[in-house]
Write a protein of this length. Structure first.
Ligand SMILES: CC(C)(COP(=O)(O)OP(=O)(O)OC[C@H]1O[C@@H](n2cnc3c(N)ncnc32)[C@H](O)[C@@H]1OP(=O)(O)O)[C@@H](O)C(=O)NCCC(=O)NCCS
Length: 199
C-alpha cells in the first residue's frame, strides 16, 4: 500500500429498521415529522438539553438534520429515530458514534440521548424506546461502551439511565458553558457491552 492509499474503516451497514417493541415503533425521522417534533420549542423539554428552545427556523433546521442522518459510520455520525405509539410520534432517541481506536477501526464508543413530548411522559415510553435503541446499538454496531451525558439536575433523565441499568461514572464540575455565562455540571452514565449482555 502506498502513502496515498491509507486504509480507512469500511463503512458500516445501515441499521435494520424499523424496530418494533411491545408498544412502540422506532423508525427514521422524515421531514413530515416536523409538527410532531414541536416539543423542541418547549422551554421545559429543552431545559437541560445542550441547545435553547427552537424557533421555527431552528426547528426546521433540526428536523432536516435529523432526517438526513441515515447510516452512521464515522465518529460524530448520528442515528436519530422517531418513537411512534399508535401512529403518533411521542419522542425521539439518538445514537451518536464517538471514539474509535484508530482510523482503520469503526467507532467502539457511542452516546445515547432522548427527548419525549411532555404529553406522553410517565408511561414508560422512553424506557421502552431507549432499551430498544441500546439493543440495536449493541446488536448492529461493534460497540464496546455506551454513555449518556446529562445535567445532574435532570432527574427524569438520570432516573431513566438507572432504569436502563447504566452506572453513574462521573460527575464533572462546571464543565458545560451556559449561554448566560454560568457553568453547569455534567453527569456521565455508562453501560458496557458485557453488562448489557448479562441483562
Ligand atoms: C428524560 C425523559 C425522556 C424521561 O421521560 P419519562 O417520562 O420520565 O420516562 P418514561 O417514559 O420511561 O416513563 C417513566 C415513568 O413511567 C412509569 N411507567 C409507567 N408504565 C411504565 C412501563 N411500562 N415501563 C416503565 N415505566 C413505566 C415509571 O414508573 C416512571 O414513573 P415516575 O416518573 O413516576 O417514576 C423526559 O423527561 C424528557 O424528554 N425530558 C426532556 C428532554 C431531556 O431532558 N432529555 C435528556 C437530555 S440528557
Amino acid at each position: 500500500m502506498t502513502h496515498a492509499e491509507v486504509a480507512t474503516a469500511p463503512r458500516l451497514a445501515p441499521p435494520p429498521l424499523p424496530v418494533r417493541t411491545e408498544r412502540l415503533l422506532l423508525r427514521y425521522i422524515t421531514a413530515a415529522d416536523l409538527d410532531a417534533l414541536r416539543y423542541y420549542m418547549d422551554p421545559e423539554v429543552c431545559r437541560y438539553l445542550p441547545f435553547p428552545p427552537a424557533d421555527e427556523a431552528a426547528l426546521a433546521d433540526r428536523v432536516a438534520r435529523m432526517a438526513e442522518r441515515l447510516a452512521p459510520s464515522e465518529p460524530d455520525d448520528v442515528l436519530a429515530l422517531a418513537v411512534v405509539h399508535d401512529g403518533v410520534l411521542v419522542g425521539d432517541v439518538m445514537l451518536r458514534l464517538r471514539t474509535r481506536t484508530d482510523d482503520q477501526s469503526p467507532p467502539s464508543v457511542a452516546e445515547v440521548g432522548w427527548a419525549f413530548a411532555p404529553a406522553y411522559a410517565g408511561r414508560g415510553f422512553a424506557t421502552e424506546a431507549a432499551r430498544a435503541l441500546i439493543a440495536l446499538a449493541f446488536d448492529h454496531y461493534p460497540l464496546h461502551r455506551l454513555y449518556a451525558n446529562l445535567d445532574p439536575r435532570n432527574e427524569r433523565s438520570a432516573a431513566l439511565c438507572k432504569r436502563l441499568g447504566m452506572t453513574l461514572e462521573a460527575h464533572l464540575r462546571q464543565d458545560w458553558p451556559e449561554a448566560d455565562g454560568t457553568w453547569s455540571d455534567s453527569a456521565v452514565y455508562g453501560l458496557l457491552r458485557e453488562e448489557w449482555a448479562r441483562g
